[in-house]
Design a protein around this ligand. Structure first.
Ligand code: ADP
Ligand code: ZN
Length: 729
């Protein structure tokens, strides 16, 4: 027998398979999709068996497979197909695709076998008669007899509860035997007292509509306002699918959300749930994987890479908060979990549900065109209504010397503190460092051609559009209010915390950002303590904006509503709308109505007013017009190409070559912008230039990009990064 093996050799030029003999010692043990060790050059390397044949492919003498690396982690037929698809979609190497689909700890070769934990049980090793006669004949061996009597009743008990010399004696004499039974680190049981709420009419309709697609590969957008009970809809669908004998896959955006959602699922479904996210230990990950392979799992919940779990017989796939950018991987292979989900929905003939209060424009556009089915939840559950939102003009507050907390927000915080209600403050820290804005009036420079904020380059003291290259010198005065207040400093969470402590000395304040949550479990701790009302004010970055449910929080304050608007990216309005809508949704989810204060220098900004009106449609229609006018998604597809080198001149020269190459090889309806400096121009001492492709339909695109990629394999000291449908450009 001969195996075709794709070797794990990390050079693009060797993304190939080679043939090896299967030695007789491994015959019948090696299967397709298995990871093996093979001789390559003068060493042994890993590879995946992608085919097994009887035919000798050529006349050379074949080497033999050395050994099996892993006999439980096998790429099944579906995963092998997904690997091909991933390679096509993202232009990555096939070996990268395969590696990506396996949990990362399992790349630490061979070691993982020690990760399995066992419990040792004891049971009788001889017939009941023999045991009885032993007891009768050895009346003085009291301890041994005690153990035997218990085993006669209970059959199997944990060894550690009976560890003793007496037990050792029994084992030695073969009256009792030990059994190693795998023990899982994460064990959760159903909450037997839980009575699931009766669905509202709206929820019930949504469940029925979506369930009408059971056994069909249909994508459905579930658009439901914050607090409309989407999670409850998911759980009901999952219940039905499990009753039908099929399994469920639920993706969630990030770890902060997991604690609350996952606990709801554990309570409702117990130990048929497996979870996957990056904060699991290697052993936990391994255990969860084992449970799936042992067919013990009916529901997998996880972040992006959980889309690759080898769950079989899938009856529904759900992507919660589908607009979240975490579903697109930022490094090679740059895949989007949604694409893989669509692939699997086709493979298993099952519906794919995309849930969000603020769907991405791409998804909503597809739903409106009828590509996806649209199901809507317009109302919050119960009597809780959407919160009241106020925009506060911070340029007026600046004059009143309230640069951080406006007088109205201060007043409301004091009011809530008096009423013993809780407050959530969001400080968006992303993106202020590379753009400049006027500290007096909030003015931000934008590119006249691309409608994105210009990026400040310190070395040349100019402002540049990193899409098209438009450049101006940084002026001294703000062109709008003529003050010398063009600044690019931001406020940090730590400074805000100090400010709050000074302003409200009796308030108990807790901060949640990447600094305070670096330890495992620290998210959950902060969230639980806040929920138990051990704190009055929770302040944090975008981490706190999503998915959390705090019934006693009745006030949300957005400290710098503009921060994300000013990020130089065509999606910044969409992100702002989504972020602020989610954050606003944190307030007043129980029966006390909520209130939201958004502080901004741009109180007339359209996006912020859509947030204020809680009107997704209004935002969608407005933003779609801009996207159309400037040829952005969803009207055009984007590809971003970065040319990267430590050598400035080389990067510049090669990026120009790339642009020329694309001009010559792509269709003339395709728009090519650049090269220009990338948003982050210098990173780790490399220079990065960017070319942007905008296309509607281009039959030559994939072929051209692949060729381009291949050319760079052979160039020295310069690299290329191709990102199809990038998150950020
Ligand atoms: P979303 O995911 O849309 O933000 P959730 O599913 O988290 O909404 O629901 C918000 C809150 O309402 C939760 O506390 C949930 O338990 C509760 N809830 C959902 N559906 C119902 C229902 N039919 N009856 C009573 N409470 C419900
Ligand atoms: Zn521009």
């Amino acid at each position: 027998m001969i195996a075709e093996v794709l070797v794990e050799y990390n050079a693009k030029s060797i993304d190939k398979s080679f043939f090896y003999l299967i030695p007789s010692s491994l015959k019948n043990k090696i299967t397709k999709g298995m990871k093996v060790k093979v001789p390559f050059g003068n060493k042994l390397i890993n590879g995946f068996v992608i085919n097994i044949t009887n035919e000798q492919p050529h006349n050379y003498e074949l080497k033999s497979i050395d050994s099996i690396v892993d006999d439980f982690l096998i790429l099944n037929d579906e995963l092998l197909l997904i690997g091909n698809y991933l390679q096509e979609k993202t232009l990555c190497t096939k070996i990268t695709a395969y590696q990506t689909m396996l949990p990362s700890n399992l790349k630490i070769k061979d070691k993982h076998h020690n990760l399995i934990k066992y419990d040792i049980y004891i049971s009788l090793n001889s017939s009941v008669e023999q045991v009885r006669s032993f007891i009768n004949n050895n009346k003085r061996k009291i301890k041994q007899n005690e153990i035997l009597t218990i085993l006669l009743q209970k059959k199997q008990v944990l060894k550690k509860d009976y560890a003793s010399n007496a037990l050792n004696e029994l084992i030695k004499n073969k009256l009792v035997k030990e059994e190693y039974i795998q023990k899982y680190r994460l064990e959760h049981h159903k909450n037997q007292d839980l009575i699931p709420p009766k669905l509202t009419i709206e929820q019930e309709k949504a469940v029925n509509k979506i369930y009408s697609y059971a056994n069909k590969s249909k994508t459905i957008l579930l658009h439901g306002v914050t607090g409309s009970g989407k999670t409850e809809v998911y759980m009901n669908l999952i219940e039905k699918v499990i009753k039908d004998g099929r399994n469920c896959l639920l993706l969630i955006p990030e770890i902060t959300l997991t604690a609350q959602i996952v606990n709801r699922f554990y309570d409702r479904f117990g130990n048929i749930v497996a979870i996957f996210h990056s904060a699991l230990s290697d052993g936990e990950k391994q255990d969860e994987y084992q449970k799936i392979l042992n067919n013990q799992i009916k529901i997998v919940i996880g972040t992006r890479s959980a889309i690759f779990t080898p769950l079989t017989n899938i009856g529904i796939i759900i992507i919660d908060e589908e607009h979240s950018e975490t579903y697109k991987q930022d490094s090679n292979p740059r895949y989007h979990a949604l694409d893989i989900a669509i692939f699997r929905s086709n493979y298993h003939n099952c519906p794919l549900v995309l849930g969000s209060a603020t769907p991405s424009l791409e998804t909503m556009a597809r739903a409106k065109k009828g590509v996806y089915e649209l199901v809507t939840l317009n109302n919050r559950v119960g009597i809780s209504s959407l919160p009241n939102i106020t925009l506060v003009d911070m340029s007026l507050e600046m004059r009143k010397r309230n640069p951080i907390i406006s007088s109205i927000l201060k007043e409301k915080i004091i009011d809530r503190l008096n009423k013993k209600e809780q407050i959530i403050l969001l400080l968006n820290r992303r993106g202020y460092s590379t753009t400049i804005s006027c500290q007096n009036c909030g003015y931000v420079y934008k590119c006249p051609h691309c409608d994105i904020s210009l990026t400040y380059h310190k070395s040349s003291n100019n402002l540049r559009c990193h899409y098209c290259g438009y450049t101006i010198l940084k002026p001294l005065k703000c062109p709008s209010c003529h003050e010398e207040a063009l600044n690019y400093l931001g406020l940090g969470t730590e400074k805000l915390e100090n400010e709050l402590v000074k302003m409200f000395p009796t308030a108990r304040v807790v901060r949640m950002d990447t600094d305070t949550t670096s330890q495992k479990g620290s998210h959950e701790k902060i969230i639980t303590k806040f929920k138990n009302q051990e704190y009055d004010i929770l302040l944090g970055t975008q981490m706190i904006s999503k998915g959390l449910d705090f019934p006693n929080a009745t006030l949300a304050g957005i400290i710098n509503g503009d921060a994300s608007l000013n990020i130089p990216d065509f999606r910044s309005s969409e992100r702002t709308f989504s972020l602020l809508t989610q954050a606003a949704g944190r307030a007043g989810r129980a029966n006390v109505p909520g209130e939201v204060i958004i502080q901004t220098y741009n109180p007339n900004n359209y996006t912020l007013n859509c947030v204020k009106n809680q009107n997704y449609e209004q935002f969608y229609n407005y933003e779609m017009k801009i996207r159309k006018k400037l040829s952005y998604p969803p009207y055009y597809y984007l590809v971003s190409i970065k040319v990267i080198s430590k050598d400035y001149e080389l990067a510049q020269k090669e990026s120009q070559h790339v642009a020329n190459y694309l001009q010559n090889h792509l269709e003339n309806t395709t728009i090519i912008l650049g090269p220009t400096t990338a948003a982050i121009f210098r990173k780790n001492n490399t220079y990065r230039f960017q070319i942007l492709i905008k296309y509607k339909y281009d039959s030559k695109l994939y072929k051209t990009l692949k060729e381009l990629d291949n050319i760079f394999v052979y160039l020295k000291n310069v690299y290329i990064e191709i990102d199809l449908n990038p998150n950020n450009i």
